[in-house]
Design a protein around this ligand. Sequence first.
Ligand SMILES: *[C@@H]1O[C@H](CO)[C@@H](O)[C@H](O)[C@H]1NC(C)=O
Ligand SMILES: *[C@@H]1O[C@H](CO)[C@@H](O)[C@H](O)[C@H]1NC(C)=O
Ligand SMILES: *[C@@H]1O[C@H](CO)[C@@H](O)[C@H](O)[C@H]1NC(C)=O
Ligand SMILES: *[C@@H]1O[C@H](CO)[C@@H](O)[C@H](O)[C@H]1NC(C)=O
Ligand SMILES: *[C@@H]1O[C@H](CO)[C@@H](O)[C@H](O)[C@H]1NC(C)=O
Ligand SMILES: *[C@@H]1O[C@H](CO)[C@@H](O)[C@H](O)[C@H]1NC(C)=O
Ligand SMILES: *[C@@H]1O[C@H](CO)[C@@H](O)[C@H](O)[C@H]1NC(C)=O
Ligand SMILES: *[C@@H]1O[C@H](CO)[C@@H](O)[C@H](O)[C@H]1NC(C)=O
Ligand SMILES: *[C@@H]1O[C@H](CO)[C@@H](O)[C@H](O)[C@H]1NC(C)=O
Ligand SMILES: *[C@@H]1O[C@H](CO)[C@@H](O)[C@H](O)[C@H]1NC(C)=O
Ligand SMILES: *[C@@H]1O[C@H](CO)[C@@H](O)[C@H](O)[C@H]1NC(C)=O
Length: 400
Amino acid sequence: MAAAAKTRSGGVCVILLVCVFSSCQSLFHRGETYKREISVQLNPNSNSTPPGGDLLHVRAVGENDTLHYLFCSQGAPTLLLVHTNSSSSIVKVNWPQFLARNHSGSLTVEPQSSILYTTAVVFSRLLEYDDVNNTAKATSDFLPPYKLQDFIWSRLNLSGPVALLCGHHATFINGSLCVKLSVFNTEGRALTWPRLLHSANSSQIEVWLDGIAPRANNSRFLLELQAVGGAYPFSRVDVWQSIDDEYTPSIFKVSQWVSSANGSSDILGFVQWKPVAYLQPHPVLEDATPCRYSDPVLQSGEAIGSSSGLIRGFYSQPGAMGLNVSFGLAGDPFYNNTMFLSWTVLVGIGTPPVDSFSPLVITIMAVGLGTPMVLLLLGGVFVYLHKKRQSSTSTYQPIN
Ligand SMILES: *[C@@H]1O[C@H](CO)[C@@H](O)[C@H](O)[C@H]1NC(C)=O
Ligand SMILES: *[C@@H]1O[C@H](CO)[C@@H](O)[C@H](O)[C@H]1NC(C)=O
Ligand SMILES: *[C@@H]1O[C@H](CO)[C@@H](O)[C@H](O)[C@H]1NC(C)=O
Ligand SMILES: *[C@@H]1O[C@H](CO)[C@@H](O)[C@H](O)[C@H]1NC(C)=O
Ligand SMILES: *[C@@H]1O[C@H](CO)[C@@H](O)[C@H](O)[C@H]1NC(C)=O
Ligand SMILES: *[C@@H]1O[C@H](CO)[C@@H](O)[C@H](O)[C@H]1NC(C)=O
Ligand SMILES: *[C@@H]1O[C@H](CO)[C@@H](O)[C@H](O)[C@H]1NC(C)=O
Ligand SMILES: *[C@@H]1O[C@H](CO)[C@@H](O)[C@H](O)[C@H]1NC(C)=O
Ligand SMILES: *[C@@H]1O[C@H](CO)[C@@H](O)[C@H](O)[C@H]1NC(C)=O
Ligand SMILES: *[C@@H]1O[C@H](CO)[C@@H](O)[C@H](O)[C@H]1NC(C)=O
Ligand SMILES: *[C@@H]1O[C@H](CO)[C@@H](O)[C@H](O)[C@H]1NC(C)=O
């Protein structure tokens, strides 16, 4: 009888553990994965390689929608995302006008009525300052900024939906700034740190500075970004805290710069990053350096249009916000230490991907939650059996 009760309670415990585990799984892992068909086109409908920079068009076709990614190095490197409610929308470029960089409407997405949302990100300037006192304050001692629109850019190096663009300023002795765009057809996670989680509605951009001779003894760098959000500007940065740093060691935060409709929590477009940069191409933990951002400020639409050929060609009155990302804190190594710095962002539409808990953490939680429950149950069973035995001994005593 006691043995039977024990087996039964054992069974209950196992069932409970399985319940805890599977409910954790379903809580933290979204089942469905959204897929898109991807096709890549370099300089669409151009019969020659355009002078001044390439234009890449990646079509990502969903069930009843299309996400057009346009990446261009006519001027400052720019990524434009156009989301349409049709799976047959197309990109049209009037090349002579587009190359003249003085016509809005030289690049269009047709039919115009299918456009649901557009956003663009421009990598506008590289700033350098001399951090004489090693405080990483970035308030003074700025050297003349490098405008990315003035860089001499390589042709796009394509491999599938991954495009690599490298460029240098005329005053660089050596070294380059590279921008690598990756477009994805489904959910996943990059293999290299910071191992950002991506979806079929986002693309990843990695920016790195390699071998650029610093102009001061204690040089640190900042990167200026501008984001065009149309009617809903990129006016705020949200910071999320996580308890899990399994994919990005020692980093427990995610920052996302978002454009959202008035009074609504729905996010229309986002630029997401983890506050970390790396000082080596193949980093180990010691090569991580924190980064910070400044508050978004309004940018001149005229200036952004003149720095980026893609913005000029697509938008007639771009409303843009900008922010600076600075690399390194007080006491961290200066750029000259490794002569390398890389930073990664995700750019996309809709709800930004949220890191779910990893299987390791789920297991730990399941064990953490499950063990006390098992102990409680075993305790209860033990007390029950003890009482039962006591009562049975007391009933049988008179007969004995
Ligand atoms: C896509 O459109 C077709 C026809 O208009 C419709 O039957 C289908 O339900 C739509 N699919 C989605 C996911 O909206
Ligand atoms: C655009 O620039 C070209 C030369 O680069 C010039 O011929 C043309 O008039 C300009 N158009 C406008 C609308 O400014
Ligand atoms: C797409 O959206 C536009 C405007 O938002 C609307 O006029 C059009 O009917 C929509 N098309 C489809 C296929 O839903
Ligand atoms: C660096 O420190 C010195 C001495 O404390 C001070 O005079 C100087 O203003 C500081 N420079 C900066 C850029 O903070
Ligand atoms: C293009 O990129 C690949 C790796 O991404 C590299 O091996 C190759 O050398 C690059 N080609 C050029 C011309 O830069
Ligand atoms: C530039 O690169 C060349 C070849 O990699 C190297 O020999 C030279 O020392 C570098 N110059 C500077 C100033 O870093
Ligand atoms: C991607 O966007 C489409 C269209 O807005 C939406 O239906 C889908 O759920 C999104 N997928 C993800 C993973 O956000
Ligand atoms: C860099 O430091 C050296 C010696 O430490 C000094 O002679 C030189 O003037 C410094 N250069 C700059 C640009 O401050
Ligand atoms: C957004 O909010 C501001 C003030 O909070 C209001 O003036 C404006 O009309 C709103 N815009 C929309 C599109 O709701
Ligand atoms: C970035 O920093 C530089 C130097 O402090 C400043 O001039 C510029 O306005 C900043 N840009 C943005 C978008 O805040
Ligand atoms: C970087 O510059 C600082 C200041 O001039 C100097 O002390 C240090 O030795 C340099 N580091 C390397 C690796 O050259």
